[in-house]
Design a protein around this ligand. Structure first.
Ligand code: PLP
Length: 377
């Protein structure tokens, strides 16, 4: 049997879940799921499917209405020019990334993964028989990949750059200039860029999100990954999108036809509901998460006498935590009943990720519990 590593975010939340089942209150800052009731536009669309009493297979690449709406949404929001043939519905953003790596990585080829990275990237590269090459970034450098860092890690075996903007766990946003310079270097080396943009709507304080799809000169080498999970608070519905040149999309469709058969018909209808009211639904999520973000940081700064400024995007506070992040996070869960994700899972030891997606009451109580068990350093 092959030995695969489970996602560390799933591992910590499983432990937290186990404690909750035993009746122990856990403050779950571990999982990046915007915990909110679904917007009525989503629920009404799904209810219509239930009323019709039929839940058939959907077309492998997704129902046509959803593909059209997704392409229109991308083009309107992020200055892209995707057609339906360049758009596919996937089982969450996660399967889009997985599928793209399966297509672009052959045995022994390398994919560049800037760290801190989203936990699943390196293992997904390995599952595709490739080699993840970690490109460390620093707090001092704003946790950003630079053209020179990128150049320094390219070898004759490099095929893919996995770029995450807006970033999880750091909440970074790349500017147009920064992205353009990175894409130019990637193009010189003939790389494919898998651009994971699943937090694109969750920017705050006027932070501007720029998509890799908005550079016409690079569109032929970019695969954009999007999702309803975060932008529309629909994580459990499992609806994501990949946007890429039509031959890439046909190949992802072929992979889906041999694996997932696409995502659930009901979920796709629910996503149609979301996209028909896209700005309203994402605005609802952004507003609620914005409140929690403000509350999280103001409470944290008050309790710990710090002046930490929130990151401009996504749902996380990536904090220094102490040398052994797994040990410290276990201690936090055992002693304070606070779940956070060890930085080592993101390729950056000494840090932990706290999500501010819990209810407002739990954010305050969770941080108070945290204060009793831990001092920031
Ligand atoms: N990419 C990033 C950076 C994420 O944080 C996540 C989820 O946490 C995903 C992709 C996958 O999300 P989903 O499969 O729910 O769309």
């Amino acid at each position: 049997m092959k030995q695969l590593k489970p996602s560390p975010t799933v591992a910590i939340s499983a432990k937290a879940h186990l404690l909750s089942k035993e009746g122990i209150k856990v403050y779950n800052f571990g999982v990046g799921d915007p915990i909110l009731p679904n917007h009525p536009a989503i629920l009404d669309a799904a209810a219509q499917v239930l009323k019709e009493k039929m839940c058939p297979y959907a077309p492998i690449s997704g129902i046509m209405d959803l593909r059209k709406l997704a392409a229109e949404w991308m083009n309107r929001r992020y200055q892209s020019q995707y057609t339906v043939e360049q758009t596919i519905v996937t089982c969450g953003g996660k399967f889009g990334i997985y599928a793209a790596l399966q297509l672009f990585i052959e045995q022994g080829e390398e994919a560049l993964v800037p760290a801190p990275y989203w936990v699943s990237y390196p293992e997904m590269v390995r599952i595709a028989s490739g080699i993840p090459v970690i490109v460390p970034t620093t707090f001092e450098g704003g946790w950003k990949l630079t053209p020179s860092l990128l150049k320094a890690h390219i070898t004759p075996k490099t095929r893919v750059l996995l770029l995450n903007n807006a970033g999880n766990p750091t909440g970074i946003l790349y500017t147009r200039e920064e992205l353009g310079a990175i894409l130019d270097v990637a193009a010189e080396a003939n790389l494919t860029i898998i651009s994971d943009e699943v937090y694109s709507e969750l920017t705050f304080d006027g932070g501007e999100f720029v998509s890799c799809a908005s550079f016409p000169e690079h569109r032929s080498r970019v695969v954009v990954i999007e999702s309803c999970s975060k932008n529309f608070a629909m994580a459990g519905w499992r609806v994501g999108f990949a946007f890429a040149p039509a031959p890439v999309i046909s190949n992802i469709s072929a992979l889906q036809s041999q694996s997932t058969t696409g995502t659930s018909f009901t979920s796709q209808k629910a996503a149609v509901g979301a996209l028909l009211h896209a700005d309203e639904v994402s605005g609802y999520v952004r507003k609620a998460m914005g409140h929690r973000r403000t509350l999280f940081y103001s409470t944290f700064n008050r309790l710990f006498s710090t002046h930490i400024k929130p990151a401009p995007a996504a749902l996380y506070f990536f904090s220094k935590i102490g040398a052994d992040s797994i040990k410290t996070c276990e201690k936090l869960l055992d002693e304070a009943r606070v779940a956070a994700v060890p930085g080592i899972g993101f390729g950056t030891e000494g840090y932990a990720r706290f999500a501010f997606t819990e209810s407002e009451e739990d954010i305050v109580k969770g941080l108070e519990a945290l204060q009793k068990a831990w001092r920031p350093n």
